[in-house]
Each structure stands twice: as C-alpha cells, then as structure tokens.
Design a protein around this ligand. Structure first.
Ligand code: HEC
Ligand code: HEC
Length: 484
C-alpha cells in the first residue's frame, strides 16, 4: 500500500488540490485523448483499483501511483514511484488484468498527462468559478477551508505552476513521442537547473527511455545501474528518483521513501508459469540454460535470482553494444558536475555517486517477461524479436496493450494481432520513417526525428547476442528465460 499510495514529499510542492483533481478530466473531457474521453484519468493509462470499504479508504479510488496528503490545510494529490513502476498484464484476451508492482508502468502515458495539464491551464475555463461549479456538480466532498483556498489562491497558483513547468519542459519538442511506458529521465534535471535549451547540443537533447523494473534492489545495491550505469548507490538512485516526483531535499519525506525503499529490497517479480497458467517445457528450458550460460550469463547474471557474473552491474562500451546512443549522450559530464553541487552543504545526502559512463549497463534480467518492450528505449517488442538480427526486428509495433504473448515473450504488439478499435487507443511505436508511415492514421508526432535509418532515440539496432543461433536454440533460450 505504501508503494502504491505513499508519499515521497513531492505532493507538498506540486500537489493538485484533490477536489480539483477529481473534476479536471470531466470538465476538460474534450482535451483527453480521442476515444478515451469517458475514462477519467484512466485515459492516460493510470490504473485504478476498487475498494469495497469506502470508509477505510477515503478518497478512493484514485490511481495507483498517486499520493494524497493534507499540506497547509489543502488536500493535495501527486505522483509517487508506482506511477512509473507499477504495471498491468492481462494473461488471456478478454480476461482480468493483474496489477504488478515493480514492473514498468506499461500503460501510463506521462507525456500525454503533462500535455493535458498544460493545455487545460491555458484554457479560459481554468478559473476558480468554473472549477468550483464542477466540484459542486460532481458532488465532490469539499470543506470550507479547501473551498476558500481554491477560490482565492489555489486555482491561480496551480495555473501558474503548470504553465511554468510546461515552459521548462520544452525539451520534449526535440524528441520522438514518448507514448505509454516511457519518459525522459535526465532532461527534466537539466530543465530544473534552468539550462537554456537552445544551448544544449542537438545530439544531447534526446533521452527517452523505457521504465525499468525495480525488484530485488538488495542484490543490486552497488551495481552501476540506471540504463547507462551512471550511479552505483541504491539510496542515491532512489533519492534521485524521488526528485522526479517533485521531492527536492527540503521536501523529501525520508521516512516514507525509506519504507518503499525497504520494501523494494526484496520485492520479487511474479512467476511466469503460475501467473499465465501455462507450463514451461523443462527439457527445453534445460537446453536453454546451457546456451544462456555460454552466451549471456557473464553480463546478465547466473539466473533470474542469482546475479553473479564477471560483468554484471558494469557497462558495455557504447561502440560494442551498438544500441541507440541518444540516452547515453543525453547524460553528460556537465550534468554530473551540476548534480553534485545540489545541496552541497548536506554532506550525507548530496549526490556523490553519479558518473559519466562509457556505455549501457549489463543488468540482471529478473522478471524479464514483464519488462517488454526491450532495451533501454523499449524499441524491441518481444524477446524473440531481440534474438533477430537488427534489420529483421519490427520497424513499427503497438505499445500499451496489456494482453500477454507467452510464446514470443512480450505484450501483444503486432498490428495484425490487435483489433482496429483497440489500436486507435494504443501507441504506434516507429523505429524509422518507414515504420512511422506504416502507423498510418495512428502515427504519433515524432517531431521530425525520423529518417530512413531511425527515429532518433527510437533505434532498435545493436545487442546482437544470440541472433545467429539456429531457431531451435532460440526457442530453448526463450523457454529458459521464462523462468526468470
Ligand atoms: C516519472 C516516472 C518515475 C518515477 C515517479 C520514479 N521513477 Fe524510478 N525510474 C524511472 C526511469 C525512467 C528510470 C530509468 C532511468 C534511466 O536510466 O534513464 C528509473 C530508474 C529507477 C531505478 C533504477 C533501476 C535500474 O535497475 O536501473 C530505481 C531503483 C528506481 N527508479 C526507483 C524509484 C523509486 C524508489 C521511486 C520513488 C521514490 C521512483 N523510482 C520514481 C522513472 C520513474
Ligand atoms: C557483453 C555483455 C552482454 C551480453 C553478452 C549480453 N547482453 Fe543483453 N544486454 C547488455 C546490455 C549492455 C544491455 C542494455 C542495452 C540497451 O538497453 O541499450 C542488454 C539488454 C538486454 C535485454 C533487455 C533488458 C530490458 O529490460 O529491456 C535483454 C532481454 C537481454 N539483454 C538479453 C540478453 C540475452 C538473452 C543474451 C544472450 C544471448 C544477452 N543479453 C547477452 C549486455 C549484454
């Protein structure tokens, strides 16, 4: 519950007054993604649970990944770790979807959420009058203090805050659309330090990444992690993450973050076979284990729970791994220096363990089946595709569909596997201009980043380990990786 709904402290800074949060997707329905106007905040892929006992769970349901606290008299809601680190899987088409904590938030479109907030803050209906009227129409419970606060300060304050943040987030205009399950990690840090966007070299402007999984942190403590292996201290990675939720050092709720941190130390991914109610072919998996041990284990760990291996938690140089380099170039030596000046007076908590690395991290593969699409930018939809030569990997596929494909290991993503009606609500991912053209009417705005070779930041090349294996061996390797 703490991981799903606990606070990092960022709500004190950016929290949206709860009654306002409740009415925004109704009052500004017209600005929600097309075809999803009736889904409330679910229109951006936020996941909600139902609670039987309303008294025990006041102000619910609200999406997993949101926190609520009363700060200076106003009940405020904002995002926490689970907004980006909890996802859903639907074992069978039409079946019930399961919420999995610690997996990448595969449905959540934070860029869409952010654009919505900016659009409504600039809308003439964003006034205390209209919002309070909507609160009364929707019969949202609001006390006199909150009502007065909204009328005289809250709404205007929120509008100013959102418009201010929106201006700082202009870096997204140089990147391909993020879509669900992705965000740019370090450009916001540059924006918050007020680096003039126009002075950032073009090749350093794109940093879009897939959300990673965050299980079993205890065993990953001193590994060089983040996609580019730029930090080797668990607590510091978490503090840096909390920063992303608006919790700067004065606001950071240390006790609450500590509870989540402790829970993540041993939190484990769910088991593939029991969750999907399928069986793993033991003989085939045993053959796959041998292949894995010779071709992968040195970099990715002995098994899905034993992370020993010569190169695990270290990086593979960018020229050798050959995957899309934009995220690597986005994190710079200059940014590292600037990060270490933050709160320099606080010897214990200031950032001291960041570095500019030489490539991407060799990370453990725990819960691999739920981490699709694969690679740091989420450019390869299934494990089977990752074992294909880069030129044979799909140039377009859909993201955000939660039905699982237990054969290829990934979420169902091919256009011929998804009903047309569903496609319009999903995100069409393109790795190059030809892929973008294939998206047709569902093509996202990739902001002129695409040419014949790649959409910058979305490239699916590199990591060609295992791609020359015969098909039967690939099958065996995939079978074994189901046990991770
Ligand atoms: C806005 C979305 C977002 C939120 C909120 C968020 N994270 Fe993350 N997290 C990310 C992204 C994106 C990365 C990948 C960073 C990179 O390397 O570019 C990441 C990376 C991590 C990692 C490193 C994973 C690895 O193996 O490399 C940990 C640990 C982590 N987050 C924990 C947390 C915790 C704890 C919180 C809450 C305090 C949190 N995150 C909040 C998006 C988020
Ligand atoms: C020399 C080290 C090295 C070897 C050998 C290696 N990998 Fe990797 N692997 C990496 C690196 C580095 C990344 C991250 C690349 C990126 O995201 O751009 C990665 C990423 C991955 C991912 C994506 C993980 C995710 O969460 O998206 C999978 C899956 C994977 N490797 C599987 C394998 C398999 C299977 C083998 C063996 C056939 C293998 N790797 C061999 C270094 C290696």
């Amino acid at each position: 519950m703490q991981f799903k709904y606990g606070s990092t402290g960022g709500d004190k800074n950016f929290g949206i007054p709860f009654p306002v949060w409740e009415v925004l997707p109704v009052l500004f329905k017209d600005k929600l993604p097309k075809g999803r106007e009736d889904q409330g905040w679910g229109a951006f892929g936020f996941i909600s649970e139902t609670f039987a006992d309303k008294d025990e769970h006041p102000r619910r349901p609200r999406p997993i990944g949101t926190t609520l606290r009363n700060y200076m008299g106003i009940e405020r809601i904002f995002l926490n770790c689970a907004a980006c680190h909890a996802g859903v899987v639907t074992p069978a088409p039409g079946g019930q979807r399961l919420v999995v904590l610690g997996m990448p938030a595969n449905t959540v479109d934070l860029e869409g959420f952010q654009n919505f907030l900016v659009a409504i803050a600039n809308d003439p209906r964003f006034t205390a009058d209209d919002i309070l009227k909507a609160i009364d129409n929707q019969k949202v419970d609001i006390d006199i203090i909150n009502r007065l606060a909204l009328r005289f300060i809250g709404v205007q304050q929120m509008k100013d805050l959102i418009i201010g943040i929106g201006k700082r987030f202009e870096f997204t205009t140089a990147e391909p659309a993020f879509g669900p399950g992705r965000f740019d990690t370090f450009s916001p840090a540059k924006a918050l330090m007020a680096w003039p966007f126009e002075n950032i070299p073009a090749h350093e402007r794109i940093g879009v990444v897939d959300f990673p999984s965050v299980w079993l942190q205890d065993k990953k403590r001193s590994m060089w992690l983040h996609w580019d292996g730029n930090n080797n201290k668990l607590e510091e990675r978490n503090r840096s993450a909390a920063f992303g939720t608006g919790a700067n050092f004065p606001l950071l709720d240390r006790a609450s973050v500590k509870r989540m941190e402790e829970w993540l130390l041993t939190a484990r991914p769910p088991d593939f076979a029991t969750t999907l109610k399928v069986t793993i072919d033991a003989a085939k998996a045993a053959r796959g284990k041998v292949l894995y041990e010779s071709a992968c284990a040195n970099c990715h760990g002995a098994t899905g729970t034993d992370f020993t291996g010569t190169f695990v938690g270290k990086t593979t140089p960018i020229a050798q791994i050959g995957t899309d380099r934009y995220r690597f170039d986005n994190y710079t030596y200059d940014l590292m220096l600037n990060q270490s000046t933050l709160y320099a007076g606080n010897a214990e908590e200031r950032f001291q363990n960041f570095r500019k690395s030489d490539g991407y991290a060799n990370m453990p593969l725990d819960g691999l089946w739920l981490r699709a699409p694969y690679l740091h930018n989420g450019s390869v939809p299934s494990l089977r595709d990752l074992l294909r030569k880069p030129a044979d990997r799909p140039a377009m596929f859909y993201r955000g569909y939660t039905v699982y494909d237990p054969v290829d290991l990934g979420f169902v993503s091919r256009p011929d596997q998804i009903p047309d009606a569903a496609k319009a609500q999903l995100f069409c991912y393109a790795t190059n201009a030809a892929g973008l053209a294939q998206c047709g009417a569902n093509a996202p705005d990739n902001r002129d980043t695409c040419d014949a070779a790649t959409c910058k930041g979305n490239g699916n090349g590199g990591h060609d380990y295992g791609t020359s294996l015969p098909d039967a061996d690939k099958d065996a390797l995939i079978e074994y990786l189901k046990t991770f």
